[in-house]
Design a protein around this ligand. Structure first.
Ligand SMILES: NC(=O)c1ccc[n+]([C@@H]2O[C@H](COP(=O)([O-])OP(=O)(O)OC[C@H]3O[C@@H](n4cnc5c(N)ncnc54)[C@H](OP(=O)(O)O)[C@@H]3O)[C@@H](O)[C@H]2O)c1
Length: 308
């Protein structure tokens, strides 16, 4: 990827996209385009085609999507399926038609089967049904990964995908409905500390294991793959380490300085017992994340305090 090439990043206002834009610019890429939704609505196929025709990006990264936690996915499955399919289709096809030389599609670890053997290897995709609570989102993401693969297979243009683990970072959604685990817990624990609440309730038993990576590491990984990766096989990208929800809550308690007691509401569902990506493919290419979970969460909490 030449430093002066035009690189389009969709979703540049989001958690992942904003990190990708920042890291690309920090690495000296001088022509990174990141149109916000108000400037380019990716649901509008005509607008997307005209944008590609006018800007002629040489490279593209698709970090725009309709994203949300369990509650949002369960409340709006039709929109999650429809909007993600349409956005990725609009962008990938316009990119293909306008001669984009390489494209990265951001998939998600939720496309693996619910009963997937752990850690989850790339070849386990589509070997069983996905988790029902995010089925619509997962089906859209599988379609996106497959569209990239088929364009690469049929036309020889490297449209590739990576599948990240749970990502956290500065511009996360700290409000509850859209919130992911780390920002949701940080926010609620911060509120519990301020109100002097004696107890902090966590859904489930606290035993499920989850894998997290800072958005800056994902952005570094995306830039790395855009430079070096040429195979038509999607790649897992994660920290390769997991932690129980209970351990995560204890770590956040320490970082926030909350003095109350952690209580597990075992009447609530746990979700999948484990969700860990097998990351040997990207490790073999010579890439590994750098931000430790403690450092990363401390950074996010500082950002939250300064920007809430
Ligand atoms: N966060 C994670 O844990 C995680 C894990 C694995 C994979 N990923 C993948 O990473 C990608 C980005 O996720 P994220 O966490 O960064 O989500 P996010 O913070 O919600 O960002 C989504 C971005 O998409 C944009 N967008 C949505 N609809 C649009 C439309 N119609 N037109 C133009 N832009 C639109 C949003 O713009 P607005 O700001 O205007 O809404 C925002 O910039 C997704 O593909 C997701 O599947 C994320």
């Amino acid at each position: 990827m030449e430093r002066d090439a035009t690189i389009l990043v969709t979703g540049g206002t989001g958690l992942v996209g904003s990190a990708i834009v920042r890291i690309l610019r920090a690495k000296g890429y001088s022509n990174v385009l990141a149109p916000a939704r108000g400037m380019l609505d990716l649901m509008n196929v005509q607008a997307v085609r005209e944008y590609f025709a006018a800007q002629r990006p040489a490279y593209a990264v698709l970090a725009a999507a309709r994203v949300g936690g369990i509650a949002a996915n369960m409340a709006h499955p039709a929109e999650f399926l429809h909007q993600n399919i349409v956005m990725q289709e609009n962008v990938m096809w316009a990119a293909h038609q306008q001669g984009v030389r390489k494209l990265m599609f951001l998939g998600s670890n939720c496309i693996y089967p619910r009963e997937c053997p752990q850690p989850m290897r790339e070849e386990y995709i589509m070997t069983g049904p996905v988790e029902p609570t995010n089925e619509a989102y997962a089906i859209a993401k599988i379609a996106g990964v497959k569209l990239a693969e088929k364009i690469y297979e049929q036309y020889g243009t490297p449209f590739i995908s990576c599948l990240p683990c749970n990502i956290y970072g500065d511009r996360d959604h700290f409000e509850t409905e859209r919130g992911h685990v780390i920002p949701g817990m940080l926010r609620r624990m911060h509120d519990a500390k301020r109100s002097g609440a004696p107890e902090f309730v966590i859904w489930g038993t606290g035993t499920p294991r989850r894998e997290f990576m800072h958005a800056d590491d994902l952005a570094e990984g995306v830039e790395f793959l855009m430079r070096v990766y040429t195979e038509n096989r999607f790649v897992n990208i994660g920290s390769g380490e997991d932690i129980t929800v209970g351990e995560l809550a204890a770590l956040i308690k320490e970082i926030v300085g909350y003095k109350g007691k952690l209580v597990f509401d075992t009447s609530k569902p746990d979700g999948m017992p484990r969700k860990l990506l097998e990351v040997s493919r990207i490790r073999a290419l010579g890439w590994a994340p750098r931000v430790s979970l403690r450092d990363g969460i401390e950074r996010v909490y500082r950002w939250f305090l300064e920007n809430q």
